[in-house]
Design a protein around this ligand. Structure first.
Ligand code: ATP
Ligand code: MG
Length: 137
């Protein structure tokens, strides 16, 4: 079974959407095998999103990710990386397919409720940044 890394972002934790978002994952056959609520510093958010360091929205993105607690998660299932991206929907909620998390809950292209790893190597790296092997059950 494949594993992917997921974040329920500050806009969603602020609006008490953790349960509704987790229901979408579970309905899609993704098992939540690790989960913790943490409040990132701006520096930690910057490290996590460092691939976007040269993008114009980087500073705003880091401020946002540090603006309230997040829920960091590991999801497991068949084809978990792609399946999770499907359940999340397009980055911009205006383009997200009906029924996806971003279509239903995201507020804007920046405050878009969830993050999901985009490939096996980033999934592995992101899981290891947030969780130790002992926490994956
Ligand atoms: P994520 O990596 O969070 O799962 P993604 O892979 O769909 O999202 P990326 O292109 O990797 O999208 O962008 C990372 C994050 O940066 C987006 O989820 C969003 O929060 C923010 N972002 C992307 N594009 C913009 C933009 N044009 N304006 C503001 N924020 C943006
Ligand atoms: Mg991405």
């Amino acid at each position: 079974l494949e594993r992917t890394f997921s974040i329920i972002k500050p806009d969603a934790t602020r609006r008490n959407l953790t349960g509704k978002i987790n229901a979408k994952f579970e309905e899609a056959g993704l098992r939540i095998i690790a989960q913790k609520r943490i409040h990132l510093t701006k520096a930690q958010a910057g490290e996590f999103y460092k691939v976007h360091a040269s993008r114009p929205f980087y500073d705003e993105l880091c401020e946002f990710m540090a603006s309230a607690p997040i829920v960091a998660q590991v999801l497991e299932g068949e084809g978990a990386i792609l399946k999770n991206r499907e359940v999340m929907g397009a980055t911009n909620p205006a383009d997200a397919a009906p029924g996806t998390i971003r279509a239903e809950f995201a507020e804007s292209v920046g405050e878009n409720s969830v993050h999901g790893s985009d490939a096996p190597d980033t999934a592995k790296e992101e899981i290891a940044y947030f969780f130790s092997g002992l926490e994956l059950v």
